[in-house]
Design a protein around this ligand. Structure first.
Ligand code: NAD
Ligand code: WQD
Length: 340
């Protein structure tokens, strides 16, 4: 099978390409390098031993995308990662997010329809649940989105549902909880551009000396240690779920045209537990301080992953310590590269 991966140079896309190739799939990848670098293609070649079939392409360019998809023979399914993902930026620049995340998805669906491609795996997010009672399963209500970014994920899911009703498109929407970690080779990982918003890159950048101090956003929440609870999932486990989702669609295991699965570990960890885990695997005492709460943070969220276990035959295999160990190895590899 040949899989088109949009956003293939990005964090989750690059790890998924590795696992697809390992599982024997042919991959065609596109990306506009809005939030990634061409050097990832070299790293992918080093890991997989294969040249990646890659084209620089912006999915907002509808006619170029249509031509590309039509002229690339044999695409059986698409995994659609390409999107902007910074929650704060989406509040300041909502149109950028609606144009790219929603407009880009519409363009892709049109291109797929014209080329007769009938299977898509879509990157959704636990952000669609907002503040829910954990463990959160797929039947939890979808709340009014807290940000334009979150709204784009809700809208895209709705577009995919409508399109799957109107045509013979089959869809798997994967709602990721908190993806962290990096490939064990330390050749690919997350590349936050500028000051990271997310916890784990902030931890590793503080440890390496790029940031002076990590601020823990609030320790007066009603949780075990007062800090927020999240479900941190290793990016390689996440990548493997995409391979399982492709297999699920290919073997027509889906009962409905649109299927949705949570992807998490099923366990919640606090911010302080994440820090302790990092300190344990790295042997470094992290410089952190307690600060005020961050506006918009939900108190606690972690997944019920029963549906993915039963439907996709998938579950996570990597621990929080594995996440921290690989993130730290990746940060150190980045520092070595920068110092060269
Ligand atoms: P990322 O930014 O590392 O990867 C996205 C890739 O898409 C980047 O390489 C970027 O250059 C590319 N891209 C963006 N707009 C494009 C366009 N118009 N045309 C072509 N390429 C474009 O992000 P990621 O963490 O790998 O996220 C992948 C997907 O998963 C996104 O849809 C994101 O919303 C979703 N998601 C991410 C998280 C997370 O915390 N990382 C959580 C839930 C959902
Ligand atoms: C995790 C915890 C912070 C940074 C975001 C998006 C969500 C999804 C995943 C895409 C929280 C705390 C963080 C820091 C801290 N992305 N923290 N100090 O907010 O759960 O989710 O990424 O779909 O949509 O909102 O992840 O990594 O930012 O925060 O104390 O410097 O770490 O308060 O409790 P979040 P995060």
């Amino acid at each position: 099978m040949k899989i088109l991966v949009t956003g293939g140079a990005g964090y989750i896309g690059s790890h998924t390409i590795v696992e697809l190739i390992k599982a024997g799939y042919d991959v065609v990848a596109i990306d506009n390098f809005d939030n990634s670098y061409p050097s990832v293609l070299e790293s992918l070649k080093e890991i997989t031993g294969k040249e990646i079939d890659f084209t620089e392409m912006d999915i907002r360019d509808k006619s170029a995308l249509k031509t590309f998809v039509k002229n690339t023979p044999g695409i059986d399914a698409v995994i659609h990662f390409a999107a902007n993902k910074a929650v704060g930026e989406s509040v300041a620049l909502p149109l950028k997010y609606y144009e790219n995340n929603v407009g880009g998805t519409v363009n892709l669906l049109e291109a797929m329809q014209e080329a007769g491609i009938k299977q898509i795996v879509f990157s959704s997010s636990c952000t669609v649940y907002g503040e829910a009672t954990p463990p959160v399963d797929e039947n939890a209500p979808i709340l009014v989105a807290q940000s334009p970014y979150g709204n784009t994920k809700q809208i895209c899911e709705e577009i995919l549902i409508d399109q799957s009703k109107a045509t013979d498109l089959t869809v798997v929407a994967l709602r990721y909880f908190n993806p962290v970690g990096a490939h064990e080779s330390a050749l690919i990982g997350e590349l936050p551009i500028g000051i990271p918003n997310n916890l784990v890159p902030f931890i590793t950048q503080t440890a390496i000396g790029k940031r002076e101090v990590l601020t823990v956003f609030g320790d007066d929440y009603p949780t075990k240690d007062g800090t927020c609870i999240r479900d941190y999932i290793h990016v390689v486990d996440l990548a493997l779920a995409h391979v399982a989702a492709i297999d699920y669609l290919a073997k027509q295991k889906n009962e409905e045209a649109f299927s949705v699965f949570n992807l998490g570990t099923g366990e919640g960890n606090s911010v302080l537990e994440a820090i302790q885990s990092f300190e344990k695997v790295s042997g470094i005492k992290l410089n952190y301080k307690i600060g005020p709460r961050r506006t918009g943070d939900v108190v606690q969220v972690y997944a019920s992953c029963e549906k993915a276990f039963k439907g996709l035959g998938w579950k996570t295999e990597r621990s929080l310590e594995d996440c921290m160990r690989s993130s730290w190895k990746w940060e150190q590899a980045l520092a070595t590269k920068e110092n060269k």
